[in-house]
Design a protein around this ligand. Structure first.
Ligand SMILES: Cc1cc2nc3c(=O)[nH]c(=O)nc-3n(C[C@H](O)[C@H](O)[C@H](O)COP(=O)(O)O)c2cc1C
Ligand code: SF4
Length: 524
């Protein structure tokens, strides 16, 4: 009895001490929001591989991101060991559609071997954004990896801030998403401002697009380019909805809408209604802001793309960049049928659009960006081989700042404070700490992309062409990427001048690997 009488208060005191520690630490949002209880997740996570091996899922089964993929992002974000032991557990031999990257034995570029060599490598875009059309504020994006549009509203202010600071640390661009430009976007990172159908941040009192407001906005923030959002892979043709309860004073001010009322985005733009008027709008924005202007779209019916490319070939109007979002892409909230079945997955959609431009000889004059799980190096490499110049990362960046793939983004109950407007949940996310994690992840992805490029014998992922990738068709066959997507040999690469320039930039910067000193009998 005496023993029990002593043990109970002791246990209570220990729990209270643990709770106090959890509440005051900043490293783990989950523990801060759910003191003591949150620890159970870390405990289960640590024995997860063993548990799953017998009763739950395998390392490569979960979706959208498998355990292996998430582990790679988490370890990269924390700059921990992101290697895997014992060999692949992917079903390479039997699964069809698996991409194989073909390394070169004696390529002209050689990857350094040390795990973290090249962590700080600069990896600029191989094309100048807005250069082909002579935009006054054309520029070469400093990073081929950038943060995809995710609005303040779907993400918490702290998450947006963490990503913006992370973008500044990693030297990349953050797309604002369609929810306007908030104070959280003003923490040092350069921006791409997105214009959605509701023109949040650049609309007048009646909800109409306002050129004057747009000019004022871009003049007062580090906006480097404008992106007109036509659609998003996870919910093409649908406008977003932010329930009134989530329309806080801050969100109302950022979007230019009344507080506390449902915020419904229309499904179509009011400023244009076909390719011709779209191009007029693009040229208007470019002339008035002097910025490069592009479009973001998912891929469905190809008629739109042929008409757009015809008009670009036959008139002096054109978009500076095209962002293709895959149907496997993410969203804050969308109907299941749209996330699952409307619009092509990235590779198929992108290849069709690229071919449409390339057949009209426009591919070297447009910067192509892609999204849809391209924050994983294998997917990104195939995207580059198909002609992508930039990859945008959305959910992978969310993972880097603490997302645990609970998939409750649409409920405002995100346990890690990433996709919620509830202050008590967002409180757990420390933007200063998570910004470093975001930057570490972005840098690691760039490093891996350079390493793979070098393994293929070239200095930059943009120089990887379709001949470097084959798609397995089960155990006994494979098809070159070029044949799978009907590419001509010269497609997928920047112009010869752009290629020469990017090689010059990369050879001045990237660390190179090599061999041990040659012996006296070396045959070289
Ligand atoms: C929470 C969330 C919010 C998003 N908000 C936007 C948005 O405002 N505008 C947009 O164009 N795409 C939006 N997206 C789509 C992403 O920008 C991206 O295109 C898509 O998730 C594919 O990239 P990923 O696979 O790297 O996540 C959002 C995605 C998520 C997960
Ligand atoms: S933890 Fe869950 S709810 Fe939060 S952002 Fe990630 S997937 Fe969405």
């Amino acid at each position: 009895m005496t023993w029990a009488r002593r043990a109970v208060p002791l246990a209570a005191a220990a729990l209270a001490a643990l709770a106090a520690r959890d509440l005051t630490q900043r490293d783990h949002a989950l523990r801060r929001n759910f003191p003591v209880l949150g620890r159970a997740r870390y405990l289960l996570e640590s024995i997860g591989p063993e548990l799953r091996q017998y009763i739950v899922a395998a390392n490569d089964e979960e979706r959208p991101f498998t355990r292996d993929q998430r582990r790679w992002v988490y370890a990269s974000a924390k700059q921990e060991n992101n290697y895997f032991g014992f060999g692949t557990d992917n079903d390479i031999e039997y699964s069809a559609g698996y991409p194989i990257i073909k390394h070169r034995t004696f390529g002209r570029a050689v990857p350094p071997s040390a795990p973290t060599a090249g962590q700080e490598v600069r990896l600029p875009c191989a094309k100048v954004l807005g250069g082909a059309r002579g935009r006054a504020r054309a520029f070469r994006p400093e990073s081929v990896v950038n943060i995809s549009g995710m609005s303040f509203g779907s993400l918490s202010g702290r998450a947006v801030e963490a990503l913006n600071r992370g973008a500044a640390l990693a030297g990349c661009l953050q797309n604002t998403g369609e929810g306007g430009l908030s104070p959280y976007h003003r923490n040092g990172g350069d921006l791409v401002f997105q214009l959605g159908t509701a023109y949040f941040g650049c609309r007048d009192e009646r909800g109409r697009f306002s050129l004057a407001r747009l000019k004022e906005l871009v003049a007062g923030a580090p906006v480097r380019a404008l992106e007109i959002k036509l659609s998003q892979g996870a919910k093409p043709s649908l406008g977003g909805l932010l329930p009134g309860a989530k329309v806080s004073a801050e969100i109302a001010a950022t979007r230019g809408i009344p507080r506390g009322r449902d915020c419904v985005s229309p499904s179509r733009h009011a400023e244009f209604d076909d390719c011709d008027s779209l191009l007029d709008f693009v040229e208007l924005l470019a002339a008035e802001t002097r910025l490069p202007v592009g479009i973001k779209s998912a891929v469905g019916d190809l008629g739109f793309w042929s008409e757009l490319a015809d008009l670009m070939r036959d008139t002096d109007r054109g978009v500076d960049f095209v962002t293709i979002d895959g149907g496997e892409g993410g969203t804050g909230a969308a109907p299941l049928i749209f996330t699952d079945s409307v619009s092509f997955p990235f590779q198929q959609g992108f290849a069709r659009v690229y071919r449409t431009f390339a057949e009209r000889d426009l591919h070297e004059r447009v910067v192509f960006a892609g999204g849809g799980k391209l924050g994983l190096p294998d997917n990104a490499i195939v995207a580059f081989a198909l002609g992508c110049d930039l990859v945008n990362v959305g959910r992978e960046a969310m993972l880097a700042i603490g997302c645990i793939q609970a998939q409750k983004c649409h409920t405002d109950t995100c346990p890690t404070g990433v996709a919620t407007q509830r202050a008590w949940l967002a409180r757990g996310l420390d933007p200063a700490l998570k910004s470093v994690r975001a930057a570490n992840y972005l840098k690691t992805l760039r490093r891996d992309l350079v390493k793979v490029a070098e393994a293929c014998g070239v200095e930059h992922p943009g120089l990887i062409d379709t001949s470097a990738v084959e798609i397995l068709q089960g155990r006994t066959g494979s098809a070159p990427l070029r044949d799978v997507y009907g590419y001509r040999p010269e497609w997928g690469l920047p112009s010869p001048a752009d290629r020469a320039e990017i090689v010059r930039l990369m050879t001045a910067e990237a660390p190179q690997g090599g061999s041990a000193p040659p012996s006296p009998t070396a045959q070289r």
